[in-house]
Ligand binder design. Sequence first.
Ligand SMILES: *Cc1c(COP(=O)(O)O)cnc(C)c1O
Length: 395
Amino acid sequence: MDMKEYIEQAEKDLLHTYNRYQIVLDRGEGVYLYDIEGKKYLDFVAGIAVFALGYHYPGYDEALKAQIDKLLHTSNYYYNVPAIEAARRLKKLSGMDRVFFTNSGAEALEGAIKAAKKYAWQKDGAQDHDLVAMNHSFHGRTMGALAVTGNPKYREPFEPLIGNVSFAGLNDFDSVMSCVTDKTCGIILEPVQGEGGLQPASEEFLQKLRALCDERDILLIFDEVQCGMGRTGYPYAWQRYGVKPDILTSAKALGCGVPVGAFMMTERVAQNSLTSGDHGTTYGGNPLAAAAVEKVLEIYERDGIVEHVQKIAPYLEKRLKELSEKYDCIIEHRGVGLMQGLVFDRPVGEIITRAVEKGLLLINAGPDIIRFVPPLIITKQHIDDMIGILDTCIE
Ligand SMILES: *Cc1c(COP(=O)(O)O)cnc(C)c1O
């Protein structure tokens, strides 16, 4: 079958929940993808901030293949070495004390929400605790994660979701204060919003949230599914701000292509929340997924991936800023590290479609924003190539 026939077939068989670009991808190499007809694409999407190491990073495939030959899965009722090693490395990178592996970002959020609820329930036995989340946030598509996602369009058809969630403005501490009650068990946010438009929290805002949470014994939950794993130039974004959460979620780049996520917590929360029988998952952190995490974290440390982001990100920022100065239709440039966005005064769908035709993969974040979340291993040359193509697409 050719590409057109595959796409027709897909549109008959797959549930249509995505408006997909009209290409069928086949293989990857470094920061490039190839479709089934052999056309090459420079990849500034990275599977949406997943392929931090690009495709076929030295040593990664071998680690997975070795694990496949040994053991793919065990129940979580038994220990396995890759999960033990992955947790040890993840604790070191994240600065958190306890790890629970999941299969996805949304599932990590579910665990984080359950931990916060259990923590509060343990204190007073009440069942009406509430959560404060942010407008324009994105936390995933399951019922719990969706309940704290600050996009009414995503939530409305599925109401009622878990109740007692109110939404405040990012960087608007007064609006958080007006949401917080004496039943609030958690405040949840992305330190840098991804899907919602590449909006970073301010340091002052996070500091105030931390002080508020300490004062009222509320758990501060950072969703770093997208902005974690080095993307901001720090292992996790909380380290950039120096404001540590009580619960931290991770996924996307955690397995660099193998579906895996995690929620993590401090020892204090661990000792006072989820305990035997409170939570589980069949696949979460199975030996294959854990082998991926273990290898990814080993590579991060050995090859200085986070340090590379610190070095290369200012160049992406500079080139995007130049582009935004060149075109009136670009009204803002924002973001942190290798998580950047260009805000346009019009929908960006057409520009992205043109870029795909010219061999450049980009993704939007909302209708008017182009999001840049490339593999963390990109070089100046890749950035120049990307800017060159994008420039002709805007023209
Ligand atoms: C992608 C994303 C999620 C959801 O992760 P899935 O693996 O798609 O379930 C949650 N939070 C943030 C910040 C994300 O970017």
